[in-house]
Design a protein around this ligand. Structure first.
Ligand SMILES: [Zn+2]
Length: 69
């Protein structure tokens, strides 16, 4: 029974440390540049650099851009 508790604590620490490491690595300047925008038509989230822009609106595809015109 005590071994199970130790394993549970070990797993918990593993998850917490894993999350902390991931979070500290999560915000390099590159990721800020890769801004997410939302398609005005279907609300899909896409990278700003891959999105099609029409005025101040973004679209995931040419079809949605044209549908909304
Ligand atoms: Zn769309």
């Amino acid at each position: 029974m005590r071994i199970l508790v130790l394993i549970a604590i070990g797993l918990l620490l593993y998850v917490i440390i894993g999350n902390l490491l991931r979070r500290s690595r999560a915000v390099p300047p590159k990721e800020i540049a890769e801004k997410m925008v939302q398609c005005h038509h279907c609300k899909l989230h896409i990278l700003e650099q891959e999105a099609l822009r029409s005025g101040d609106k973004y679209y995931c595809s040419k079809e949605h851009l044209e549908t909304d015109q």
